[in-house]
Design a protein around this ligand. Structure first.
Ligand code: COA
Length: 185
C-alpha cells in the first residue's frame, strides 16, 4: 500500500505483451469506437513518433492505458482510459501528465485531442489541465455524437495543476527513448 491507502502500482511503457489485455479493456471502455488489436500493434511499432503506457496494480493487472503521437510541432493524445473501478483516483491525471511531458520532450508546441461531446468527466480533466476547445467535428463518432477538438499550448504548460487530493503515486518507469537523428540541414 502507498500513503494514499491505495494498493501500490506503477506506470510503465506498454509492450506487445500488453496488447491483448488492453484490447479487451478497449472494447469495454469504448464499446462504439474500440480500436482493433492491430491498431495497438501498429502504434507500438512506431516508437519514433508514439509513446504508450499502461498503469498496472500491485498484481500487475492493467488498470489504465494511454498513448501519444508526436509529429512536430503537434502531439496528439491518441487514447487514454482507466478501468471504471479505478476512475476518480487520479490515475488519468498521472497518465495525462506523462503524455504532456513526453510531448514537451519531443518538442511539440501543441497537444491536441478529441473528446466526445457527451463525456463530461474527460472534458473536465482536460479543461483542468488547461486544454481549450478549438473546434467541433459534428457527428464525428459512429453513433452521431460530436467530437470536441481541444488544444493545450505547451508554452503555457506549468506542470500538473493543483493536487486533487486523490492522486495516487503510481511509480513511473522511464521510457526507453529512441534517440532522434541529428538534423543535418
Ligand atoms: C476520462 C478518464 C480517463 C479520467 O480518468 P480518471 O483516472 O478518472 O481521472 P482523474 O481521477 O485523474 O481525474 C478526473 C477528475 O479530474 C478532475 N479535476 C478537475 N479539476 C480538478 C481539481 N481542481 N481538483 C481535483 N480534481 C479535478 C475532473 O473533474 C475529474 O473528476 P470528477 O469526474 O470527479 O469531476 C476516465 O474517466 C476514463 O477512462 N473514462 C472512460 C474512457 C474515456 O472516456 N476516455 C477518454 C476518451 S477522450
Amino acid at each position: 500500500m502507498n500513503d494514499t491507502g491505495l494498493p501500490a502500482g506503477r506506470i510503465r511503457p506498454m509492450t506487445a505483451a500488453d496488447v491483448a489485455v488492453v484490447e479487451e479493456l478497449e472494447r469495454q471502455l469504448f464499446p462504439l469506437d474500440a480500436w482493433p488489436l492491430q491498431m495497438f500493434e501498429d502504434e507500438l511499432a512506431q516508437p519514433e513518433t508514439r509513446s504508450y503506457y499502461v498503469a498496472v496494480d500491485a498484481l500487475d493487472r492493467v488498470i489504465a492505458y494511454a498513448g501519444l503521437m508526436c509529429i512536430e510541432p503537434i502531439a496528439d493524445v491518441q487514447t487514454i482510459a482507466v478501468v471504471p473501478e479505478r476512475e476518480g483516483q487520479g490515475i488519468g491525471t498521472q497518465l495525462l501528465t506523462l503524455l504532456i511531458e513526453e510531448a514537451a520532450r519531443r518538442n511539440a508546441r501543441d497537444v491536441l485531442l478529441e473528446v466526445r461531446a457527451d463525456n463530461p468527466r474527460a472534458q473536465r480533466l482536460y479543461r483542468w489541465f488547461g486544454f481549450e476547445q478549438i473546434h467541433i467535428r459534428p457527428r464525428y463518432y459512429r453513433d452521431g455524437v460530436d467530437a470536441l477538438i481541444m488544444r493545450l499550448e505547451l508554452d503555457r504548460w506549468n506542470g500538473v495543476p493543483g493536487s486533487s487530493g486523490t492522486t495516487p503515486t503510481l511509480q513511473t518507469e522511464p521510457t526507453a527513448h529512441t534517440e532522434e537523428p541529428e538534423d543535418v540541414r
